[in-house]
Design a binder for this molecule. Structure first.
Ligand SMILES: [Ca+2]
Ligand SMILES: [Ca+2]
Length: 235
């Protein structure tokens, strides 16, 4: 009877372990950059507009737009103009992530940003994330969110000020951080069509995070295996 009881408690222990594995199986995200453009300064040192200025349709996305969003600054009237805003580069060896985990293909990235534009002018913003090796050399082509095609596909509506005010849309990208990557450079490139003066690629809620493999899982599996062996031995 005692043996049976012990065996049952080991089994329930395993069930609890299995439960916690399911619960803890969610990997931990390390946020490298989260910019909502609400503060006086922002990571891109870019200018902002207030949603209340009514240049766009309301931002109905989650996370919500808050009070402000980024614009692309001044261009040259009558000419295509570009402006590039850098947020610098961010170390990937953050939140306990190791070079070995990156080089083993165990670390993934999640990129997210919201975009809009001014009416039908054709201005747009592109968010670029460039992985860099230990010597700060680019690894492959930069990843990008937003851009010309994404922005031109955004819907439009009447916001009370303009009959052709543009919607906000979210773009995202996920994948595996390339082996050898040690940091990521983040820039926003703003492009203005020939019409108008202001560069109106609008950006809000930039979020760049990397996902750390759950460090406890391997250990818990080992512990679970040990308990199983113990249960077998007791029987
Ligand atoms: Ca905002
Ligand atoms: Ca413009």
């Amino acid at each position: 009877m005692r043996k049976r009881a012990a065996s049952a408690s080991v089994c329930s222990g395993l069930a609890i372990l299995a439960g916690s594995l399911t619960f803890m199986g969610t990997a931990q995200a390390v946020t490298l950059l989260s910019e909502g453009f609400e503060s006086a300064g922002n990571a891109f040192a870019a200018g902002t507009y207030n949603y209340a200025q009514n240049y766009t349709m309301p931002n109905l996305l989650t996370p919500a737009g808050g009070l402000k969003y980024m614009n692309g600054g001044a261009g040259v009237t009558g000419q295509v103009s570009t402006n590039t805003f850098s947020a610098g580069s961010f170390s990937l060896l953050s939140g306990g992530i190791t070079a070995a985990q990156i080089d083993g293909g165990l670390v993934t990235y999640n990129l997210y940003s919201q975009f809009s534009t001014y009416r039908l002018q054709g201005d747009y913003a592109t968010l670029y994330v460039q992985f860099l090796d230990a010597g700060n050399s680019p690894l492959g082509a930069p990843l990008s969110l937003g851009g010309a095609a994404f922005t031109s596909a955004l819907g439009s509506g009447n916001n009370g000020s303009y009959a052709d005010a543009r919607d906000w849309g979210a773009d995202s990208l996920a994948g595996i951080v390339p082996a050898g990557a040690r940091s990521a450079g983040v820039t926003i490139r703003e492009v203005k069509a020939a019409v108008g003066t202001a560069i109106d690629g609008y950006v809000d809620n930039v979020n760049i995070s990397i996902i750390v493999p759950e460090p406890g899982v391997t250990g818990l599996f080992a512990l679970g295996g040990g308990l199983l062996a113990l249960a077998r031995r007791r029987r």
